[in-house]
Design a protein around this ligand. Sequence first.
Ligand SMILES: Cc1cc2nc3c(=O)[nH]c(=O)nc-3n(C[C@H](O)[C@H](O)[C@H](O)COP(=O)(O)O)c2cc1C
Length: 419
Amino acid sequence: MSGKTILVTGGSRSGKSRHALQLATNTNNPKIFIATAEPLDEEMTERIQKHQDERGKEWITIEEPIDPAKVLKDKGTNPSFILLDCITLWLSNMTMKDMTRQAILERVHEFIAECKNSKSDIIVITNELGSGIVPLDSSARSFRDIAGETNQLLASEFDEVISMVSGIPVTIKTSSKTHDAEKIEDKNSKHEFSPEKKQGLYEAIYKRRDMRHFISKPVDPEKLGRVLDAAHHAGSVGYMQPWNFLVITDPEVKNKISLNFKTANEEAAQKFNGEQQKLYNSLKLEGIQDAAVNICVTCDRTRFGPNVLGRNTVFETDLFSTCCAVQNLWLAARAEGLAVGWVSILSNDQLKEDLDIPDHIQPVAYLCVGHTESFYSKPMLETAGWAQRLPVEKLIYYNKWQGTSTDFKVQFSDPNKNG
Ligand SMILES: Cc1cc2nc3c(=O)[nH]c(=O)nc-3n(C[C@H](O)[C@H](O)[C@H](O)COP(=O)(O)O)c2cc1C
């Protein structure tokens, strides 16, 4: 069966691209973006780059200023989700190449035929150019006419036409065909975040880094409040909320922790030999004194008494819960522009003594929190050649340990896209 064809039309800045991208969010198929724009000047180059960043890395961008039908032909028969942005620039590119009206319209017909043959869902963006005054210049008039004629052809041949009016999609032609994205959207859309919100979340996840380099800039207490409240909203076994957050700013206390690290780090270095030990010793593994704030996240193993719902079989679930709080903290801090570095090379007994922590409380994470000049683009241990990210596909088994997939297989658009 062929896919669904959708035309999204409207004035400039009416929300066409945003709406088209929204339609694409729920498809499982590969997403192909056909860009007809050519980066002819600096401003255009910047615009194109901005749009590419907004789309996200799951999109494959194909630049084709003249022959988008060829892209559809070359693509093969596997269904994809294809978005062409935009018809007006395509027409303009052909006009600039001195193609005649007839030659241009032939290309338009050919493109429409390819769209209708394709198994992919195809969204095409165009502009409504004809609503303003009649241009004085004859070439502008004939371009406006070709654009109007093309829009009419597309609108009559495509399954669905959406007109964007001040950011609001108005469906002016519908069809009974449901495209792949819609089918999935029906199931999910009530609960799913908007593309912008999703992008924000994924950005925090992928751009979170363990940081050891800080600058001497104080941390805004309100920001820290938001970050700690995010931590406090982590899941916890039996809703136990076993955490406390010891916020440390006193240089004398930091000094003590620094000494603790130094001793523990010297011991840790002895575990490695030769070149590996040399590399270990060259690594910066803490920012205790440089970071404006240190936070010791603890777990009260006795909170809510001996019987906690859900903790009967796995006693350590209180510690797991505290780790969930730490991860929330780490992500919220990244969104707030705050760097966080986890220091585990410490004697816990010494830490408890230095921070007056009672016996039944276990320190889980010692975190350095502050501002940084720049976030590392990759894990520092990766850059230093200590370890590499494992391929995620290799970590997934089906139905049993080391089981391979049968009917259902998790898909990754590009497993290496986030470094
Ligand atoms: C439980 C835990 C303990 C860690 N301890 C240290 C540490 O003592 N020193 C350090 O430099 N990094 C420490 N890290 C950071 C890891 O090295 C880092 O997360 C890993 O290299 C991946 O880098 P990324 O966090 O930037 O993605 C710790 C991380 C975790 C989760």
